[in-house]
Design a protein around this ligand. Structure first.
Ligand code: HAM
Length: 423
């Protein structure tokens, strides 16, 4: 018996249905906002993530599935989607196509984190990247779209937390101030932080061990006038879109490429892994990766965590509408043809096995949650008809000619929708 790897899981029904529901809600919302799908590889050159996500981040330092392939190439399984989208944008000159630079992706990511509820080593993200727009309108639009997506998918209890990390200029001065503060406390810092504060002092504020207490006492970043104006405008525009948010100056995010606006969405319905979404601006990343100067903003939601929140909500009815039953051995072929005709008419239909007894097939029909069973026995076979039996309401039964069965079912289904629900 070979089991799955720790932190890697099978997505089974009904959770797989939840994933499909979330994905289709996302596609609908992306369509409204002019985003187009991009599919990027799972495996990339390792240096892509080292240079973009950042070599002092936990993701790259500790969590990446990186290895040397048979050809001696240093490769890594994507821990996040943004670097691959940026690489594709540069590689295919997507800024030159005359279309907007709005892309979405849905896919699995890999991080060798310690598995726990809501944290897996393989997980699914739905991400959005808007490349080429520096305006605060893009910030407000992107965050509004995220909130609409969560609403559309039925994920409630969420709060949006917002901060600005400023630009390279604001950060230059802040780096020195923060470094002096951290050096003064280096004795109390955890081992990894002590090793990396000189390379990336901001990282210490996001450290899972030291971060929370440091972020409260550390000196705060002073935004330059242009960044302050951008942040204020973003907040005004979010209010116009009706998005509620809180500003939290301790929010730093665990990836290196962010500039200006950063945000997270947290849900009270989750435990310690309460971040449903993370995102922000990355105005310098495209250029630093060898592309044109293209300011950008994006986010990614964790689908596994969204599904956790939705788990207890009633799922939409995925049961087939009809279930076909062959009540005589010779009726198998006609019943199979009926099944095909029902599906061709857009009526979801199922069956168990035509070789089983009538009783056993009817038991499966009841269990399936279908509204109607269509039964062909010896009499129906002779008359070219089928019996339609309601599985929901007092088991009413009627007989119709076989070619009329799909339209009869459509009428019955319409009737059952229009009928008021039982008190
Ligand atoms: P992130 O904050 O690292 O950002 O991940 C985004 C979301 O992915 C998290 O809020 C969480 O819901 C989910 N997630 C992350 N790690 C795990 C895990 N081990 N298990 C389950 N879910 C997880 C990014 O990945 C950026 N690329 C977002 C972005 C796009 N920024 C700009 N554009």
């Amino acid at each position: 018996m070979i089991n799955s790897l720790r932190g890697f899981r099978d997505l089974l029904p009904p959770e797989s249905d939840l994933f499909a529901r979330i994905e289709s809600a996302a596609r609908e919302v992306f369509g409204l906002y002019g985003y187009q799908e991009i599919r990027i590889p799972i495996l990339e050159k390792k240096e892509l993530f080292v240079k973009s996500t950042g070599d002092t981040t936990d993701i790259v330092e500790k969590e990446m599935y990186a290895f040397t392939d048979g050809g001696g190439r240093e490769v890594a399984m994507r821990p996040e989607g943004t670097p691959g989208v940026v690489r594709a944008y540069i590689e295919h000159n997507l800024g030159q196509t005359g279309r907007n630079g709005k892309f979405f992706y849905i896919g699995n990511m890999f991080r060798a984190e310690r598995p726990q509820a809501g944290r897996y080593r393989e997980f699914t993200q739905i991400g959005a990247e808007n490349i080429g727009n520096s305006s605060p309108y893009a910030d407000a639009e992107t965050i509004t779209m995220l909130v609409r997506l969560l609403e559309k998918a039925g994920v409630g209890g969420c709060s949006v937390v917002l901060n600005s990390l400023g630009c390279a200029e604001c950060r230059k001065a802040y780096r020195e101030i923060l470094l002096a503060f951290l050096r003064g406390r280096s004795e109390t810092l955890c081992e990894p932080c002590r090793g990396r504060i000189e390379r990336n002092p901001l990282r210490a504020l996001d450290c899972k061990t030291d971060g929370p207490s440091l972020a409260e006492t550390a000196p705060k970043l002073a935004l330059c006038p242009a960044c302050a104006e951008h942040f204020a405008r973003t907040q005004e525009l979010l209010k116009i879109s009706g998005v509620e948010f809180q500003v939290n100056t301790s929010l730093v995010r665990g990836l290196d490429y962010y500039t200006r606006t950063v945000f997270e969405v947290r849900s009270s319905a989750l435990g310690s892994q309460d971040a449903v979404c993370g995102g922000g601006r990355y105005d310098d990343l495209v250029k630093s990766m060898g592309g044109p100067a293209a300011p950008a903003i994006g986010w990614a939601v964790g689908v596994d965590r969204m599904a956790m929140i939705l788990k207890d909500k009633p799922a939409p009815d995925n049961a087939p509408k009809t279930f076909v039953v062959a009540a005589a051995k010779e009726a198998g072929e006609k019943t199979f043809a009926l099944l095909t005709a029902l599906r061709a008419a857009g009526i979801s239909s199922d069956y168990s096995s035509f070789d089983l007894s009538l009783k056993s097939q009817m038991r499966s029909a009841d269990k399936s949650g279908a509204s109607f069973a269509l039964i062909i026995g010896e009499d129906e076979l002779k008359a070219g008809t089928c019996a339609i039996k309601s599985l929901k309401e007092h088991g009413e039964q009627k007989t119709v000619p076989l070619p009329d069965a799909p339209s009869a079912i459509q009428n019955l289904l319409k009737g059952s929708v229009e009928r008021p629900p039982n008190p």
